[in-house]
Design a protein around this ligand. Structure first.
Ligand code: TYD
Length: 206
């Protein structure tokens, strides 16, 4: 059986990627192509436990290196337990955030070296590079206003300058890998974005 398809959704907090990941899952189901929707950090019981530590606003003293290591640990568990076995079985995997979030948030946002981030995420780079990555780009103030007054998690709460660096980081990564990345205007209508994403994915499947 051929390897499954691996699609990731990326962008700053409030960009709308989670809504689109869920809509694509539904669309694929309607077309008779069942998929598996995952999120990062998370997706396995151990990874969900690590997520709680990572996002807990009480953990304000967490060092950036340890944030990156916990993310890599969560990802490694998800890869071994779910992503790799399912890709081998031919499953379509949709992942709400993946390795590019680490390169953008911990690399461009927290100024950790890209090379070290790639090393601690070696498993992902060697075994499971996404086939397509949808990047939802939009101005930071628009994204933050969408989040409204809801309680921010520890990483979201870092601030506007941080998210500006993350946004620009994602755009740089997309430029470096223009074959894999598809940049979308996160301010477009939800239905328009849905149509564009599903037509791109259905084209790959057929
Ligand atoms: P996410 O689940 O997308 O947030 P939400 O619950 O608002 O949908 O992501 C949680 C936070 O984790 C988000 O602020 C981005 C951050 N994050 C990183 O900093 N690096 C990473 O590698 C990943 C996967 C997430």
């Amino acid at each position: 059986m051929s390897r499954g398809l691996f699609i990731t959704f990326e962008g700053i907090d409030g960009c709308g990627k989670s809504t689109q990941a869920r809509r694509l899952e539904r669309r694929l189901e309607e077309e008779g192509n069942a998929s598996l929707l995952l999120r990062e950090p998370g997706g396995t019981p151990i990874s969900e436990d690590i997520r709680k530590v990572l996002l807990n606003p009480d953990n304000s003293s967490m060092a950036p290196e340890n944030e990156a290591l916990l993310l890599a640990a969560s990802r490694s568990q998800l890869l071994k337990e779910v992503i790799i076995p399912h890709l081998e079985k031919g499953t379509i995997i949709l992942c709400d955030r993946y390795i590019d979030s680490t390169l953008a948030y911990q690399g461009f946002g927290r100024d950790l070296p890209q090379e070290w981030l790639r090393q601690i995420n070696r498993l992902a780079f060697e075994l499971a590079i996404p086939d397509r990555t949808f990047l939802f780009d939009l101005p930071v103030d628009v994204a933050l206003s969408r989040l409204g007054d809801r309680q921010r998690d520890r990483i979201e709460a870092t601030g506007v300058n941080f998210l500006e660096k993350v946004r620009n980081g994602f755009l740089t990564l997309a430029e470096q890998e223009s074959d894999r990345y598809i940049i979308l205007d996160g301010q477009n209508q939800i239905e328009e974005l849905e149509k564009e994403i599903s037509s791109q994915v259905l084209r790959i499947i057929s």
